[in-house]
Design a protein around this ligand. Structure first.
Ligand SMILES: Cc1ncc(COP(=O)(O)O)c(C=O)c1O
Length: 373
């Protein structure tokens, strides 16, 4: 909170008491970025071609979204597991990143005193969005050991009818996975609760609820997807909400008419048309993940790897020191110091095999090789 005292125009009390989501976002260019679970090699060449062919009037006029919803639908329907039922374009909301979708969902559905149910620890942007609405957050810890999804506790908390249940699947940062039929079971148990499934990382482990979702039968289910982490468009900001048309409509009501810019739209069309590129990147990450986990196991280093393109490692030295030393060596990772259940760990995003081999070489040299078994 700012130390500046009035007089200055006072915001709403919820905003005055807010701890904004802050992440160390500057000075990351040129380094090996394993700190934000981003795509580490950049988007498809088709995206770069489309961007460099943008004509001047495309920038001078307000963005147009014609055909984008259809392109998202075609892309989702072509996925190996497909869709549980055919979707219409009005079931796709377009947002300025999933961050903006989360903000809009909570803005549209959460009022002062309403409950937001989620797990802990989880993605750090849910809490400030709930806080700015004055919602009451109930965050249920994961089951230990192993960070299991606290299914029974969440199921029972649903009897208090929270306005929103936020499920991050797989969960960032613990990788906790929840099977699609369990997501449906929770949504079925709480028809008056909006069950939002943030599937930002589902491509890496494949637990999406979309192959079994029927939004007509279950209008309280909403799925969030992004082109940030797999397709490599994090810098352009574009994400989607998929659900019942009435819910997508309500969530879209609290956004501006042109919140998603035309450059992001052009990039999204190109990225969606080159799914083989994204699939190849995801396959490379999975291979690198397998290799890194086998090295951690072989050297007896405490770690936790489950869903997503990231894992947790507990260094023997202070986590802040290891994070700083890695940075000096040109590698960024995220310290999880102070977070419940994972204090003392580093979250390391997975890139290509070559990148993870570089990480490993530096990590081992920093972790006082003599102390490694
Ligand atoms: C779980 C989760 N949801 C949403 C986001 C934000 O996604 P986007 O870049 O599409 O706004 C992130 C980014 O780190 C995330 O980890």
């Amino acid at each position: 909170m700012s130390a500046v005292q009035p007089p200055f125009p006072k915001p709403r009390p919820e905003v005055e008491g807010l701890q904004a989501y802050s992440a160390p976002l500057e000075g990351r260019r040129g380094l090996l970025r394993l700190d934000f679970n981003e795509n580490t090699i950049g988007p498809s060449p088709k995206v770069l071609e489309a961007l460099s062919a943008i004509p001047s009037d495309h920038i001078a006029i307000y963005p147009e979204y014609d055909g984008l919803r259809e392109a998202v639908l075609a892309n989702l329907a072509a996925a190996p597991a497909g869709l549980g039922c055919a979707l219409r374009p009005d079931q796709i909301g377009i947002f300025n990143g999933v961050d903006a979708a989360i903000h809009a969902v909570i803005h549209a559905y959460g009022g002062p005193g309403d409950g937001l149910l989620t797990t802990s620890p989880t993605f750090g942007y849910y809490a400030p969005c709930a806080g700015m609405q004055g919602m009451a957050i109930e965050a249920i810890p994961h089951g230990m050991p192993g960070f299991a999804f606290p299914f029974a506790a969440i199921r029972s908390a649903l009897s208090r009818t929270p306005r929103i249940l936020m499920l991050c699947n797989p969960n960032n940062p613990t990788g906790t996975r929840l099977a699609a039929d369990q997501v449906v079971e929770l949504a079925a148990a709480a028809p008056d609760t909006l069950v939002v499934v943030d599937e930002l990382y589902e491509a890496f482990t494949g637990d999406s609820v979309l192959p079994i979702a029927d939004f007509e039968a279950m209008p309280n289910l909403l799925v969030l997807r992004s082109l940030a982490k797999t397709a490599g468009l994090a810098g352009l900001r574009i994400g989607f909400a998929i659900g019942h048309a009435a819910v997508v409509d309500r969530v879209s009501r609290v956004t501006g008419p042109y919140d998603v810019n035309s450059v992001a739209v052009t990039a999204a069309f190109a990225a969606l048309s080159d799914q083989p590129y994204t699939d190849a990147y995801v396959a490379a990450v999975k291979q690198a993940r397998h290799w890194l986990v086998s090295m951690l196991e072989r050297h007896g280093i405490k770690h936790h790897a489950a869903g997503g393109n990231y894992l947790l490692i507990w260094p023997q030295r202070s986590v802040q020191e290891v994070e700083a030393d890695l940075r000096t060596a040109g590698i960024l990772v995220r310290s999880m110091a102070g977070k419940p259940q994972i204090d003392g760990s580093l979250r390391v995003s997975i890139g290509t095999l070559e990148q993870m081999q570089r990480f490993w070489e530096v990590y081992v040299s920093l972790e006082a090789p003599a102390s490694l078994p």
